[in-house]
Design a protein around this ligand. Structure first.
Ligand SMILES: *[C@@H]1O[C@H](CO)[C@@H](O)[C@H](O)[C@H]1NC(C)=O
Ligand SMILES: *[C@@H]1O[C@H](CO)[C@@H](O)[C@H](O)[C@H]1NC(C)=O
Ligand SMILES: *[C@@H]1O[C@H](CO)[C@@H](O)[C@H](O)[C@H]1NC(C)=O
Length: 378
C-alpha cells in the first residue's frame, strides 16, 4: 500500500470525523447490517472479550485459543482466532448490536499489520487479554492486565492525536463506546490461593480483596475518562461458581455457592463505584450490564439450552476434566450448550447476553441499556 493511498485515507478520515460521519471503510456493505450507533469501539477486559491479543504474547503460560476446536463455527473460516468461543464472543456480539460486523481487531494484530491508527480512528481497537484481571498480580506474566491495557490505549491516543489532531480525537472518543469486562480472574485466583492454604476466606480477606479491586477498577475507569472516554459499557462478574471447571470440584456437580457470593458482593461494590464516579465525572455516561443476574435469572431451557452445566468441548465429567484441544470431545449441538469450554460461554450464549445488554429486559442493565448509552447525547 503506497503513501498516496495512506494519505488519501487519512484525509478521508479527518473529513468524516469532523463531519461526525461513521466511516464504513473499505468493506462492502453487508445486507442486514445495522447502521452504526457509534463511530468506534474500544474494548478492555479478559478472555470473554479477547479477540487475539494473547496469540502475540510470549511464554508458555499464556492462555491462547489458537487451536481447534476454537472458532469452529466462525463463518467462512471455522479456524481459531484467539477467541475463547466456538464462534464469535461477547465483544463481537456487542459490536454487532452497535452496527459493526464484529469486534474491533486486537491491538497486537493491528500493530503487526501496521493498521493500528487507521483502525483506531475508523472503528476502534481491542486491548482485551485472556487471563487478565483488575489487579496486575492476577495471573501475572501471562496476560495484559487492565492497567496495561489502559496504558496501551493511552499510547494509541497519543498517536491518534499526532495523526488527525487532538480536537478530532476528542470528538471521536466522546461519541465512542468503551466496553469493559474483567474481574472473574481476580476471583478465581483469590479462591485458588485460599484453597492452597487449606482455609476459607475471612470477612477481612474479602474486604481487603474488594478494596483493592474497586480502587484499581476506579483508577482504570478514571484514567479512561481523562483520556476522553464518555460512554462506558461495563459487564459485571457472572456466577463464576457455576462454570464447569468449578462445578466439577463439587461431588454433586452443583455451583460453588461461596464463589457466587464473592462475585455478587463484588458486583454490588462495582455498582456503587460506577454511580459514585458518574456523579463526580461530568459527562460520564455508563451502562452496567448484569451478567450475574442474567445467568442466574434466565430459564436456560426456555432459552434453548438443553445443557447449562457442562462444557461442549472438553472431556470427562461435565466435559470439565479436559481442555478444549484437538482430540477433545465435542457435543452434538453447540447451540444447545450454555458453555463452550470449561470456563467460557458458547457463541449462542454470548449472542443472547449481548442482545440483553443492548435492549433486553430493563432489569439487566443499570441505569440505562447499551442502546441508550450508544445513542446518548453529550
Ligand atoms: C493498582 O493500580 C495501580 C495503578 O495503575 C498499579 O500501579 C498497581 O500495580 C495496581 N495494583 C494491583 C495490585 O494490581
Ligand atoms: C493442605 O492439606 C493437604 C492435605 O490435607 C496437605 O497435604 C497440605 O500440606 C496442606 N497445605 C497447607 C499449606 O497446609
Ligand atoms: C455443591 O453443590 C450443592 C448443590 O448441588 C450445593 O448445595 C453445595 O453448596 C455445593 N458445594 C459447595 C462447596 O459450594
Amino acid at each position: 500500500m503506497g503513501m498516496g493511498y495512506e494519505l488519501a485515507v487519512k484525509q478521508a478520515l479527518v473529513v468524516s470525523i469532523v463531519l461526525g460521519v461513521a466511516v464504513a471503510g473499505v468493506e462492502p456493505s453487508k445486507k442486514m447490517m445495522r447502521l452504526r450507533q457509534v463511530p468506534a469501539m474500544y474494548v478492555f477486559g479478559d478472555s470473554t472479550l479477547d479477540v487475539g491479543n494473547n496469540n502475540y504474547l510470549p511464554g508458555e503460560g499464556v492462555p491462547r485459543a489458537n487451536k481447534p476446536y476454537y472458532g469452529i463455527d466462525l463463518p467462512g473460516s471455522g479456524k481459531p482466532t484467539g477467541r475463547f468461543s466456538n464462534g464469535y464472543n461477547t465483544a463481537d456480539f456487542v459490536a454487532k448490536t452497535l452496527g459493526f460486523n464484529k469486534s474491533p481487531l486486537a491491538y497486537f494484530v493491528l500493530k503487526a499489520h501496521d493498521k493500528l491508527i487507521p483502525s483506531a480512528i475508523t472503528r476502534g481497537v481491542s486491548y482485551a487479554s485472556a487471563g487478565s484481571g483488575i489487579l496486575d498480580s492476577t495471573n501475572a506474566g501471562g496476560n495484559i492486565p487492565l492497567s496495561q491495557q489502559v496504558r496501551l490505549f493511552q499510547s494509541t491516543k497519543a498517536e491518534m492525536d499526532a495523526t488527525v489532531g487532538p480536537g478530532a480525537v476528542t470528538s471521536l472518543l466522546t461519541r465512542s463506546f468503551f466496553l469493559l469486562g474483567v474481574g472473574s480472574n481476580d476471583l478465581f485466583v483469590f479462591t485458588t490461593e485460599l484453597a492452597k492454604q487449606n482455609r476459607s476466606a475471612t470477612q477481612s480477606d474479602i474486604a481487603v480483596l474488594y478494596g483493592s479491586l474497586i480502587s484499581n477498577y476506579s483508577a482504570a475507569i478514571t484514567e479512561l475518562y481523562e483520556l476522553g472516554a464518555r460512554k462506558l459499557g461495563i459487564i459485571n462478574v457472572g456466577p463464576v461458581g457455576c462454570v464447569p471447571r468449578v462445578r466439577v470440584l463439587n461431588a454433586t456437580g452443583g455451583c460453588a455457592d461461596g464463589m457466587n457470593q464473592l462475585a455478587a458482593g463484588f458486583d454490588a461494590a462495582l455498582e456503587s463505584l460506577l454511580a459514585g464516579l458518574a456523579a463526580k465525572l461530568p459527562g460520564m455516561a455508563y451502562s452496567l450490564a448484569d451478567s450475574f443476574g442474567l445467568a442466574a435469572r434466565t430459564d436456560q431451557l426456555a432459552a434453548g439450552f438443553v445443557n447449562a452445566d457442562s462444557a461442549c468441548c472438553g472431556g470427562g465429567r461435565l466435559g470439565a476434566e479436559a481442555d478444549c484441544l484437538p482430540g477433545a470431545t465435542l457435543c452434538a449441538d453447540r447451540d444447545r450448550f450454555l458453555f463452550w469450554d470449561r470456563v467460557h460461554p458458547s457463541q449462542r450464549a454470548a449472542m443472547l447476553s449481548a442482545q440483553a445488554y443492548y435492549d433486553g429486559p430493563a432489569q439487566f442493565t443499570k441505569p440505562i441499556n447499551f442502546k441508550q448509552l450508544a445513542q446518548a447525547q453529550e
